[in-house]
Design a binder for this molecule. Structure first.
Ligand SMILES: [Fe+2]
Length: 328
C-alpha cells in the first residue's frame, strides 16, 4: 500500500476546458499532465514557462473535455485556491479573469480536498497544507464576499464529515461577511474560518460505525461523541498553528446559551461569539444534510427550530444565518 506521503505527492486536479481556454498562450509556471487511460498514470505534457503551440492548445482543450488533463497539486502548493489566485493573476495580465462561478467552484473543490486531507488522511501530516489553503481562501473571500452567494448553492448536502466541514465553513463565512454590518479584519476572519472548518476534527478519532449511527447510541457511544470538542482541541493544539480564539470556539461549539450543551455545560456569559456562531451554523448544517434513513430538513424548517430554541442560540446569529441561506 502506498504511504500517505506518496499519495500527497501524486495528487492531481483536473482542469475543465472552459478554464484552460482562458489561459494565455504562453508562460504557465506549472506543467500540465495528461492521464494515460491504459494504465491510469500521469505524464507531463507541457514544460513550465514554455509557450503552448496553437495546435497543441486545441488538442489539450479536447483532452480537458475528456477529463484527461491535470495539474499536479505539489506544483500549485497542494492548493487549488492558490492555483486559482495564480491563474487569475496570469489572466489579469491579458485583461481576463476566471468567471466568478468557476472561481466559486474552484474554492469549494479546494476546501473539499484540503478537508479530506486532514479529516480522512492525517491531521498531523497535512495540517500545514490545510492551513495554507485556509489562508488563501480567507484572503479571496475577505476581498470578494459576494462569491459566497455563488458558493452556498454549490455545497454538497450528503452527510459526511468532509461535506459538513466545508458547508459549516462556507455558511459561517457568509454569516460573518454578508449577514452582518460589521466586517472583521482579515486575521480575525481567517481564525473564524479555521474554527468553523475544524470544529468536528475530533470526530475523526471515533470509530466509523459510531459516526454512521443516527439513533440507538449506547451510553458509552454518546459519551464518546460528547467528548469530540475536547478531542478536536487536543488534536489541533499539537499543530501549534491555530489561534487561541479559534480553539476556544471549537471547544464551545456544542455548548448552548442555557447551559444545556456539552462538554462542560457552560452558559451564555462564558461563551465567545465565535463559539456561538460555530454552534448555530453546525446545528443548521446538520439539520439540512441528507443522512441514511433521515431526510434533510428544508432550510425554512431548520431556521424555525433554531429560532424556537432561542434560549440556546443567539437570535442575532440566527437572523444573520437566515439572511444568507433563505431566499423566498
Ligand atoms: Fe461537533
Amino acid at each position: 500500500m502506498a504511504h500517505d506521503k506518496d499519495l500527497i505527492d501524486e495528487s492531481y486536479c483536473s482542469i475543465p476546458s472552459r478554464i484552460f481556454k482562458l489561459l494565455p498562450k504562453a508562460k504557465l509556471d506549472f506543467s500540465l499532465y495528461k492521464m494515460n487511460t491504459a494504465n491510469g498514470k500521469y505524464y507531463p505534457l507541457t514544460v513550465p514557462g514554455a509557450p503552448i503551440a496553437h495546435n497543441e492548445r486545441q488538442s489539450i482543450s479536447q483532452d480537458c473535455d475528456d477529463g484527461l488533463i491535470f495539474i499536479k497539486s505539489t506544483e500549485i502548493h497542494h492548493c487549488i485556491p492558490v492555483f486559482a489566485v495564480k491563474l487569475n493573476l496570469v489572466l489579469q495580465s491579458i485583461g481576463e479573469s476566471i468567471p466568478d462561478h468557476d472561481l466559486a467552484l474552484l474554492i469549494i473543490h479546494g476546501l473539499k480536498i484540503s478537508s479530506t486531507s486532514i479529516f480522512v488522511d492525517s491531521v498531523k501530516l497535512n495540517f500545514d497544507e490545510f492551513n495554507d489553503t485556509i489562508g488563501t481562501v480567507a484572503e479571496i473571500l475577505h476581498r470578494r464576499p459576494d462569491l459566497l452567494w455563488l458558493m452556498i448553492p454549490l455545497l454538497d448536502k450528503t452527510h459526511s464529515l468532509v461535506n459538513k466541514s466545508v458547508s459549516t465553513g462556507v455558511i459561517g463565512a457568509a454569516v460573518i461577511l454578508l449577514g452582518r454590518d460589521l466586517k472583521p479584519d482579515l486575521n480575525v476572519f481567517r481564525d473564524a474560518l479555521s474554527a468553523l472548518l475544524l470544529c468536528d476534527i475530533g470526530m475523526h478519532m471515533l470509530p466509523e460505525f459510531v459516526l454512521g449511527k443516527e439513533f440507538c447510541l449506547t451510553r458509552d457511544e454518546q459519551k464518546r461523541i460528547r467528548q469530540h470538542p475536547i478531542g478536536s482541541v487536543k488534536l489541533l493544539s499539537e499543530t501549534k498553528k491555530i489561534n487561541k480564539s479559534a480553539l476556544r470556539a471549537i471547544l464551545e461549539h456544542h455548548e448552548r446559551m442555557d447551559g444545556s450543551g456539552y462538554p462542560r455545560g457552560v452558559t451564555n456569559e462564558h461563551l465567545s461569539w465565535l463559539g456561538k456562531l460555530c454552534g448555530a451554523v453546525d446545528s443548521f448544517v446538520a439539520m439540512t444534510m441528507e443522512r441514511p434513513g433521515k431526510k434533510k430538513l428544508p432550510i425554512v424548517n431548520a431556521l424555525k427550530i433554531l429560532y424556537k430554541e432561542s434560549s440556546q442560540y443567539d437570535p442575532n446569529i440566527i437572523y444573520a444565518l437566515e439572511k444568507v441561506t433563505y431566499r423566498d
